[in-house]
Structure formats: C-alpha cells, structure tokens
Design a protein around this ligand. Structure first.
Ligand code: ZN
Length: 157
C-alpha cells in the first residue's frame, strides 16, 4: 500500500488516498476514477509523496480515500492515525488467519454453501472476483476484503 497526498485542480483541496501501487494511482488518475472528496473534481494531481508503508503489493486495489467532511481542514485525519489503524487491522488479521481455512477460488461457493446451511460454519478466506463479492453482498452474505494481501498457499513456494 502506498499513500499519496493529492490535490484537486478546481479547489486546490488537499486529501490523502491509498493505492496498491504507484502504477495503480497513475492508472486510476488517467481514467478519472479519483475524485476530490470535498468538491468531487476528478482532475487530481499528486501533492507531496509520503513514505511507502507496509508490504509491497501487486494487487490492483481500488483507491481507499480518507474522506474529509466538507468544511473540515483536509489534514483532519493525520497520516499517523491512518497508519496506526491499518497496523491494528493487520495485527487482527494475522491473529485470525491461522484459524481460517484457505479455499482459494472456491471462496464464493464455499461462503454461499455455509450461508445456506449446506456446509458447517467455518472461518474461510480465499479469492473472489469483484462480481462474486458483489453477488455475496447482494445476498446478505458477510464477506470482508482482507486489507493486507495474502499470498495464496499454492503460490507461496
Ligand atoms: Zn476539491
């Protein structure tokens, strides 16, 4: 994950956004997918680059924008707070994963089977496409994206 200080062109609003990589930022910027949380302007550019935090990832993740309510100063959420919260979530995930079963690409099917009572309830993690994740959500099945990317066991060696 990498955090960029961004600034919109229309209002010169400063805000922070997290990206999987520098390329991910460039791609989303080029496609106009990053919008200023204050005025919605999608003409954003990099302000000052913050140091890289956490593990390097190739996952093409979406932008996680630390939205700041209108009228608040853009630096209302200090980067240190964001980093601390992310570190806490990463620690929780590390605690939970050993009790969780890796199901790989079968994740959506396995989650659905548990939800429908066709399989015993278990903690599982695996891979799901955005469409599969949306379908699970639409059906009221709780699935949570792993904040810290996990290397699939079959790719780990
Ligand atoms: Zn703006």
């Amino acid at each position: 994950m990498i955090v960029f200080d961004l600034s919109c062109t229309a209002g010169e609003h400063r805000f922070e956004a997290w990206f999987a990589s520098s390329d991910s930022f460039a791609d989303q910027q080029a496609r106009g997918l990053i919008a200023c949380p204050i005025c919605g302007d999608s003409a954003v550019r990099k302000a000052v680059m913050a140091p890289r935090v956490g593990a390097k990832s190739n996952q093409a993740g979406g932008a996680v924008v630390a939205a700041v309510p209108p009228g608040e100063p853009a630096n209302a959420v200090p980067a240190e707070v964001v980093r601390r919260v992310l570190a806490e979530i990463a620690a929780k995930q590390a605690e939970m994963l050993p009790q969780s079963r890796w199901v790989g690409r079968e994740f959506a099917d396995a989650a659905r089977a548990m939800h429908e009572g066709r399989a015993p309830e278990n903690l599982i993690h695996g891979q799901a496409s955005p469409e599969e994740a949306q379908a699970l959500h639409d059906d009221g099945i709780a699935a949570m994206p792993l904040l810290v990317p996990v290397v699939p066991p079959d790719l780990a060696n």
